[in-house]
Design a protein around this ligand. Structure first.
Ligand code: PNS
Length: 160
């Protein structure tokens, strides 16, 4: 039986921390479907089409990874594709409370199990928001995001 996992997120933009979780999920599941939410509460820097395109570029080396956008509930996206496993990265204890709440809600309103993958310690402090802030003020982001993402961030926010 082939098992697909969904890796959901905002990916505004995708970081090396996201990529690490996606790469590791791709070694444990037959297929990984990265799901970029269209609706972000805060106004996104990148449109959903741009976010999907960036995730596609940085996962191009992973043959069993596909990327899609979604609107609405994650459980509906999973149901429509027949996927019952969601994989999320946990950076620190501070992530846990909200992630636990979402996992339990998703299990209650849909037929999905959430599996948590601990983030590699080298990426435990990383977030898309912080990377954008560092880029906005001209800081070096090259260790935090893939080169293609760094170029986009610099041209949009920084010295590009
Ligand atoms: O990158 P993020 O912000 O951690 O991703 C959060 C995301 C997109 C996974 C979450 O907000 C989500 O699933 N949104 C879709 C709407 C939904 O299903 N909400 C109910 C969650 S219990």
């Amino acid at each position: 039986m082939s098992v697909t996992a969904v890796c959901p997120g905002s990916f505004d933009p995708v970081t090396n921390g996201h990529l690490d979780v996606i790469e590791r999920a791709a070694t444990r599941f037959d297929q990984v479907l990265v799901a970029c939410t269209r609706n972000i509460g805060k106004s996104p820097l990148f449109t959903v089409e741009e976010r999907v395109a960036l995730v596609e570029r940085v996962t191009a080396h992973l043959p069993n990874v596909a990327v899609e956008s979604f609107e609405g509930l994650l459980v509906d996206f999973c149901r429509d594709r027949g996927v019952g496993v969601v994989v999320k990265g946990l950076r620190a204890v501070s992530d846990f409370e909200y992630e636990l709440q979402m996992a339990q809600m998703n299990s209650r309103i849909g037929d999905v199990e959430t599996m948590f993958m601990t983030t590699s310690p080298v990426y435990s402090f990383l977030s898309s928001s912080l990377v954008k802030e560092v880029a906005r003020f001209g800081g070096d982001i090259s260790d935090f995001v893939p080169a293609a993402v760094a170029d986009e961030l610099r041209s949009r926010l920084g010295d590009g």
